[in-house]
Ligand binder design. Structure first.
Ligand SMILES: Cc1cc2nc3c(=O)[nH]c(=O)nc-3n(C[C@H](O)[C@H](O)[C@H](O)COP(=O)(O)OP(=O)(O)OC[C@H]3O[C@@H](n4cnc5c(N)ncnc54)[C@H](O)[C@@H]3O)c2cc1C
Length: 509
């Protein structure tokens, strides 16, 4: 993702990986709405959707009985063009991203390992072990560690990875099976001593099962899928029938966060920066969005259009996101795996009832969708977020992902998908119910696209729904988050924001 985003912005780079080729295991499964929005700018969303399986909700089972339904599709219809969880394996995601990267003229150099690094004030010297076992040194201005939980970049930089392992062991199985599961939905089975998640996969009767090993199987290292079948039947129904198991694996998980995501000329992204329980399907998505956050900033700095201070906001924005995610997944995970009698009771009796009731409330539905889909991630406390006076509290604020709207950009023009119109390699200025400055904002020149939103009944309806007042303006960063927002547009405020907050060099733009 980072390489793709940098390539689109004209940055030269090398991508190395110590493995001989792409991983074959599917690992992460859920692609969230926010990731699909980013994929659409990359031109791979349609392919991903065609390859995957849409789960437009989840069904909660408690002690073998259907207890609640989470209707993601209904809840998210006005929030994102992708109101569902797309079930698509990490291997397929990596292949799509790899194809997109090759189409841009770059490829991963496999069997090439980072074995040493030394930082200077304006460059990093990396020592690489090449496919023929020779070593070489390469000097680069920046280095991004997208190198997983055992990150060499993190370890060679001496950055602590604070946290702990969970005592539970997960298993994952890719099976052909029939049973009580609701088709095309994520089925969550809660039981006194554990849980199972069943993801619908492409193809007939194809499911991916993720769960924790039941107590009687823990500590064994010769397990096969057959060993877990009795506990599965116990939870998900005796009528479960298995035709085939294509893949079975067990793994231990940790919850940890790097003490820093940025050290001088090096960055940490994805699992190198944070790891947590896979419950909630957030891990891969969070890593992809780390990259989307860093790429536009790094590209502006590399091209000399912004001062190096701009990249400090990567850690300032993404570290709190990781903190929040770790806290949330840890709390939820502790509840769904705890062996205590009380937690078992909460899991099987209290949780399904409370969730069933709460999810009938529109407000709770909205929060649930925004949290799971990652469309609610925001950077309100970031140094890049500036709100001028006069905007309502319940509308989009500086730092928020600007909402997905369908708008008319000319009085007699068609209604268009705003996200389709935004250029994510530039800043986008939405000028609502007022004229844009004659001559635009010349200091930002090619870095900015201006979109006027005229008064119109269609626009009125959409803006009222999103609590956006007339007149107003929103300067969106390339990643679609609001940078500067206010009511009456003043081009001077935009240039001041660009130079003071974004550290843009306005003479060179
Ligand atoms: C069995 C399994 C099931 C999972 N299920 C889920 C799930 O359901 N949902 C979910 O969200 N997440 C899940 N995860 C986690 C998810 O796979 C990770 O969050 C994701 O892979 C992180 O991506 P990444 O690119 O940050 O790191 P990785 O995928 O680990 O990639 C790191 C890359 O860096 C390379 N590398 C490492 N060190 C060096 C070096 N020194 N030099 C050169 N290259 C190096 C490695 O070869 C590797 O290719 C699962 C993981 C596993 C193992």
């Amino acid at each position: 993702m980072l390489a793709n985003q940098l390539a689109r912005r004209g940055v030269r780079m090398r991508i190395i990986d110590r493995h001989p080729g792409p991983a074959r295991e599917s690992r992460a499964l859920g692609v969230q709405a926010r990731t699909l929005e980013i994929y659409s700018h990359l031109g791979i969303a349609d392919q991903a959707v065609a390859l995957g399986k849409k789960a437009d909700g989840a069904v909660l089972w408690a002690q073998g009985r259907r207890a609640a339904r989470v209707p993601l599709g209904d809840i998210g219809r006005d929030v994102s063009p992708y109101p569902y969880l797309l079930v698509l394996g990490q291997d397929d995601n990596e292949r799509l991203l790899g194809d997109a990267l090759r189409a841009r003229g770059f490829a991963v150099e496999w069997s090439t390992e980072l074995v040493g690094l030394a930082q200077d004030t304006d460059h990093v010297t990396a020592t690489l072990k090449n496919p023929d076992d020779s070593t070489s040194e390469v000097t680069v201005p920046w280095l991004a560690g997208c190198d997983g939980a055992r990150s060499s970049v993190r370890e060679l930089s001496g950055i602590a990875f604070e946290g702990a392992p969970y005592q539970h062991v997960f298993f994952v199985a890719d099976v052909q099976m029939t049973g009580s599961m609701a088709p095309d939905l994520l089925n969550v089975y809660l039981w006194r001593t554990g849980f199972h998640l069943l993801f619908p996969m492409r193809g007939t009767d194809h499911w991916r099962i993720v769960g924790i090993l039941p107590p009687n199987l823990r500590g064994r290292d010769d397990l096969t899928f057959e060993d877990t079948i009795p506990s599965l039947r116990h939870e998900a129904g005796a009528e479960l029938s298995f035709q085939a198991c294509n893949w079975y694996s067990t793994y231990r998980i940790h919850h940890r966060r790097a003490a820093r995501f940025h050290d001088r000329r090096c960055f940490l992204l994805g699992d190198a920066a944070h790891i947590h329980s896979p419950v909630g399907g957030q891990g891969m998505n969070t890593g992809l969005q780390d990259a989307y956050n860093l790429a536009w900033k790094l590209a502006l700095v590399v091209s000399g259009r912004a001062g190096a201070a701009l990249v400090h906001s990567y850690e300032e924005e993404r570290l709190p996101v990781a903190n929040h995610l770790l806290k949330r997944t840890d709390r939820f995970f502790s509840l769904v795996v705890s062996d205590s009698w009380l937690a078992g009771l909460v899991r099987t009796r209290v949780m399904p009832k409370v969730m069933g009731l709460a999810l009938r409330t529109a407000g709770v539905q909205r929060i649930a969708f925004r949290t799971i889909s990652q469309t609610g991630i925001r950077y309100r406390n970031s140094p890049l977020s500036e709100a001028l006076a006069g905007l309502p509290e319940d509308g989009p604020r500086a730092g928020d992902r600007f909402p997905w709207l369908r708008l008319k950009f000319a009085p007699s023009g068609p209604t268009e998908d705003l996200y389709g119109r935004l250029d994510d390699t530039r800043f986008n200025l939405l000028v609502i119910g007022q004229a844009s400055p004659p001559g635009g904002v010349p200091e930002l020149a090619e870095l900015l696209r201006i979109h006027e939103v005229p008064r119109d009944p269609v626009n009125d309806r959409e803006l009222v729904r999103a609590h956006i007042p007339w007149p107003s303006f929103y300067l969106l960063r390339p990643d679609g988050h609001v940078g500067l927002a206010g009511t009456r547009l003043d081009a001077g405020a935009v240039t001041q924001y660009a130079s003071e907050r974004l550290h843009l060099d306005l003479n060179g733009a």
